[in-house]
Design a protein around this ligand. Sequence first.
Ligand SMILES: [Zn+2]
Length: 311
Amino acid sequence: MSRNILVITALMLLVLTLPGISTAKLKVVATLNDLGWIAEQVGGDDVEVSVLCPPHQDPHYLPAKPSLAKKLKKADLLLYNGLELEIGWLPLLIETARNPKIKPGSRGELECADALEHILDVPTGHVDRSKGDIHPLGNPHFLLDPRNGVKVALLIAERMSELDIDAAERYKQRADMFQASVEKRLPEWEALLSASRNCPVIVYHQHWEYLLNWLDIQTIGSIEHRPGISPSPRHTKDIINLGRSQKCVYIIAATWDNLKIAKKASERMDAPLIILPGATGAMEGAEGYLGLFDYICKELSRGGVDGVRNE
Ligand SMILES: [Zn+2]
């Protein structure tokens, strides 16, 4: 080791041990890649972010591996989507982690759905999760509307400020910057899809309701019988008839959906299939939360020209 490196190392150690200078970062664990990305924008250098569910994985069904509980052991703040999206795996991971900071009801856990005023698709009748209903409290995929991403960022900034008061001003500033960057892009994304307004589309899973609601595109049905339940032959027949009679313009599926079924339905309906990233980073070119909407809006505006109909 050269003399210069030794001097620099000694100086760094001195700075780190000086009283009153804290280098500890807020340890944030986010369940979803979208939330992790937003947390990084808001937290900047004041936080260390890790994510539990990889972007290519359907967040309804993440295997609760011990390595994930390990990430939660040292967390100061757990950010999760909520509305029972993660109910199949997160409670078990929290229990295994035995970290009092993030236990349910503590200030170290934040259900990001709390940022929303309006939840879509709230069931009105009896809901039985044992029969496979995976949206029992309404549609949990609200991060697919970038305006909801902003609301979530502002809520995250509030909670980070509460847990790390010294950096409160910086959290607020960064959340404001994030809001400005999203709001600047909204008209561009909306303009790309202006020709699709009121067009009828069919989705595989009800993953896209907030996105389509924002863009005024009309969902007329889903290939899944109910959220999380594979289509019966009867339902498949009905949805194909519906798609044909309503002149469905395209079918949307996420990379993790059953694409074999989606392609078959697309062929029989003679409507192209558009496969989209269901989360930030789920497909190449959809990196970052803003990049996700760049990708999705561009693909939808092309109307599935490379879809199965043209293969
Ligand atoms: Zn879902």
